[in-house]
Design a protein around this ligand. Structure first.
Ligand code: B1M
Length: 213
């Protein structure tokens, strides 16, 4: 039990305002005052990221604000990591994310990654222009339960289908849920190619991903 009577709202607020330096100090102060790392994560950081996620989905904040909040989240998570490891707080699970083969767009993918991390899920980021072989290797070695595929070009949407087909052929389809997204992708397309989830924005993607754990 933590006897920390301080303010998780302050940490949440610093995250929402993207105060990347101040948030490290606030996290360290909270730890010194006896707050549990899990509470700092859940009631401070993830709570703040949930607010940003909802505002982003509702068009109240835009990409720059989300990226700035993401940077604060990364800093705060790094500051919290040793304490979390010591306290034995485990992430709820692991997901893989990438932009598919032939596609170099990564801004949306990075936002989706960050929102998913904000749900307490560890994300293995395989980057852009990602081949099915790379994803298949990662499924085998990481134990990830979810694979998230981003595509921004009409010409690379079909690489999402190729990825799903390759995962099937490798005999791994039952081990993972596959989520697809990106500006040209639709629910119909996702259904056609046999994906488990389509979402149109990063906040909904994070919610859908969390539901798979
Ligand atoms: Co490119 N580009 N681009 N581009 N680019 C688009 C996508 C385009 C629509 C521009 C246009 O013509 N109007 C067009 C695609 C047309 C089409 O196919 N229909 C296009 C083109 C043609 C190209 C090139 C072919 C241009 C050329 O070289 N002739 C080339 C292709 C390179 C390649 O990938 N092989 C190219 C290159 C580039 C840059 C490198 C210059 C740069 C990318 C830089 C980077 O990502 N690091 C770039 C950019 C920036 C864009 C635009 C302007 C912005 C994309 C972006 O980041 N949006 C874009 C036009 C536009 O969208 N207005 C365009 C912001 C981002 C937050 O949104 O990525 O949609 P988005 O992500 C959203 C959702 O889609 C969703 O959540 C995110 C946040 O809410 N989402 C998911 C994304 N992934 C998800 C996964 C999920 C769920 C939701 O589940 C797993």
């Amino acid at each position: 039990m933590s006897d920390f009577s301080g303010n998780f709202t302050e940490i949440s607020g610093l995250l929402q305002r993207g105060k990347a330096k101040d948030i490290i100090v606030a996290v360290q102060k909270a730890l010194e005052a006896g707050a549990s790392p899990a509470d700092i994560l859940d009631k401070g950081l993830i709570a703040g990221m949930n607010v940003i996620g909802k505002k982003f989905r509702d068009g109240e904040v835009f990409v720059p604000e989300v990226l700035i909040a993401a940077r604060a989240m990364n800093n705060a998570s790094a500051a919290l990591k040793p304490a979390l490891a010591q306290a034995g707080v485990q992430p709820v699970g692991k997901a893989i994310i990438c932009t598919v083969k032939g596609d170099l767009h990564d801004i949306g993918k990075n936002l989706v990654k960050m929102m998913i991390e904000g749900k307490g899920i560890e994300v293995l980021d395989l980057g852009v222009d990602c081949s099915p072989e790379k994803v298949i290797d990662a499924i085998k070695t990481s134990g990830a339960k979810v694979v998230c595929l981003s595509a921004l070009l009409t010409t690379t949407m079909m690489a999402q289908k190729d990825m799903i087909d390759a995962i099937k052929q490798a005999g791994l389809r039952d081990q993972v849920k596959i989520m697809v997204g990106g500006a040209p992708v639709t629910q119909n397309f996702a259904d056609e190619i046999g994906a488990d989830s389509y979402t149109s924005d990063a906040a909904s993607a994070a919610e859908a991903c969390r539901a798979f754990f």
